[in-house]
Design a protein around this ligand. Sequence first.
Ligand code: AMP
Ligand code: ZN
Ligand code: FE
Ligand code: FE
Length: 283
Amino acid sequence: MIDLHTHSRASDGTDTPRQVMEAAAAAGLATVALTDHDTTSGWADAAASVASTGVALVRGTEISTRATVPGGGLSVHLLAYLHDPAHPALLTELARTRDDRVTRARRMAELLAEDFPLTWDDVVAQTHDGATVGRPHLADALVAAGVAADRDEAFATMLHPGARYYVPHYAPDTADAVRAVLAAGGVPVMAHPRAGKRGRVVTEETIAELADAGLAGLEVDHRDHEDADRRRLAVLAADLGLLATGSSDYHGTGKLNRIGENVTDPDVLSEIERRGRLEVLRP
Ligand code: AMP
Ligand code: ZN
Ligand code: FE
Ligand code: FE
């Protein structure tokens, strides 16, 4: 079994990278991808756990991007697999995004502090050193302050994009990010293209344009997709000649997603590895 989308404490998961590998082993997975938001800082720890866990590692990143649509911008998550982590253009973009994520989280904390007992230090206290900061850390601070019951409630209310506390952050244009991943020797796959609970989703026309720009695949099987979404995305992937993946988007205890709850076909992983610059690290 192959799960191509997980998060560790290097971003907004609750496990260390080693613990993600151990959770993968306990779930009986053969291969797992570590895909923290806008960073590769968890790769080394995960790679060091391949031998002891017996789980193969796909090194990846979930890149925050923005697609321009009529009436504004739309947040699109782009999974990059097996790319050179030192490619300058990609490195610069990811660093810029991470920096602005801090500015943005501070601004959201200020807005939240107008109505709730919350300080920036409370957010920092919920964030592991060097982690990519995101709304989940704000959620954890709100939970610790007794303002929300759990991350889910915080996301449904105060942290929702429609809430007055929501502030966007810098993110590269989606097509530019696709091209940067390709230039870095990586394989770009759009994460949860129909996760509508989080806000608007990309149109099929936009997906077709991204396929023209070099997008390699679509994450079809994902908890945030209804059966009808999965069927439609599978047809779309076939029509556009894109790979279809399935993944858990595991975040440790930060989300309900269980590691290995959706999986990817071994032939699809073989094709990703064939196209990627890095190898899958095997025990
Ligand atoms: P951000 O990128 O900082 O805007 O935060 C978005 C991240 O929050 C996503 O990557 C999700 O993994 C996470 N997230 C979204 N909704 C929820 C939820 N209901 N509960 C926990 N985490 C969530
Ligand atoms: Zn996340
Ligand atoms: Fe995502
Ligand atoms: Fe994710």
